[in-house]
Design a protein around this ligand. Sequence first.
Ligand SMILES: Nc1ncnc2c1ncn2[C@@H]1O[C@H](COP(=O)(O)OP(=O)(O)OP(=O)(O)O)[C@@H](O)[C@H]1O
Ligand SMILES: [Mg+2]
Length: 417
Amino acid sequence: MPGPHVVIVGSDGKLSAELRAVFDSLPRWDPILHVVEEARQAGDTVRSRRPQIALVQMNGQASALRVLAEEIQSASPETQLVALFDPNSFPQDVPESAVLIEALRSGVSDFLRRPVSRNDVEQLFDRLGSSRPKAATSHGRVCSFISNKGGVGKSTLAVNTAAGLAQKYPGQVLLIDASLQMGVCAAMLDLNPTTTLIDAVRERDRLDETLIRQLATPHDCGLDLLAAPADAIEGSEVDDEVVSRILALSRRAYEYVVVDTFPMFDPVVIAVLDLSDASFVVLDNVVPTVLGTSKLLKVIEGLRYPAEKFSVVLNRFLRAPGHPRVEDVENRLQWEITSVIPYDKKLLLSANTGQPYVLHAGRWSGTGKAMKRFVQDAEAAAKLESLSDGQSTSDEESISQSEQAGFQAMTSPPESG
Ligand SMILES: Nc1ncnc2c1ncn2[C@@H]1O[C@H](COP(=O)(O)OP(=O)(O)OP(=O)(O)O)[C@@H](O)[C@H]1O
Ligand SMILES: [Mg+2]
């Protein structure tokens, strides 16, 4: 079959010859090849030729790759950026995963390893041929839930977000339970997975999108769950490098990847944050948790992630004397609270019965409305859309539109005295 149309960016004559030889040997494809020797001509060329694939050579300079990726993506957003890399050319003291993560951050959506093999090229073309066209992005979106205090509702929000997204995108949502010590997502979904994250870890060398999908357990609502390790001993097999790989592959296999984590800030959670498009810092309005979260946000600021990547969610919100109000929490954290989910026993009940609350929550009930809007916000944030574009579910908006006086009472400022 003619195509795909491929542009190679790079002046390495050996590379062009290597690729031409492989392309010529493909029985099912007849790629149209165009070589751009100078990186600065890449933008103009992809703008005029609109190739399905731009192959760029990684030379270890992350900033150069980022500039090139931006140029290609703005010139032709539908072009998939594939990085060619030679593992032998990486500096010895830098792990391969670090280089690849840096490339993913730059906007690279796939990789080809040198020397380029026919099998790898065929798999790449198959992936691109079978992938659903995506408007403005070449990979799925990752959103994660973190906290440094246990029991604040990360798993509850992760499960409900994944279930809510799956109603809209059935088969396109993966929930990864990265609560390595004790995952609860399977129980919250009333699932008994026979395969877990540990199988992905143990198969790390032959892991691909197909295997990720095979290891995930489907739920009736349309989501797939990559369940947590069975216990903490198994959990100790998981490291940041493999988590990065699993996430990078998962977001190629699914439109949305939702990650639940455990209350600890360690390399695994940092790897999750590195690949998250949006991350939700969850807390409740209990003073020690607020003080702890303030410290966590300082650590996050110190890591120099873009601030837009993070949203702070006040869950299990209780309006009662002695409990900080929303504005008290904001003042203490010096961060805006983007969503407030009230304390509601229905969420406990749904955890007990393994039925995600969002699937049957009333659209007009205070908590149901807050949760459904939270899912919308999570989708928007994962797509890096502005939360202030009118769709925001700020607590004020949820409260003002709520038809339940109970919820209004719970979220309005306490009376003085
Ligand atoms: N808005 C809410 N109202 C009432 N109960 C809630 C709410 N959100 C979560 N819960 C309950 O609080 C408990 C802790 O929630 P969850 O397990 O989601 O927290 P977590 O942050 O994931 O905990 P861990 O840090 O241990 O993983 C659960 O029993 C859950 O049902
Ligand atoms: Mg949890």
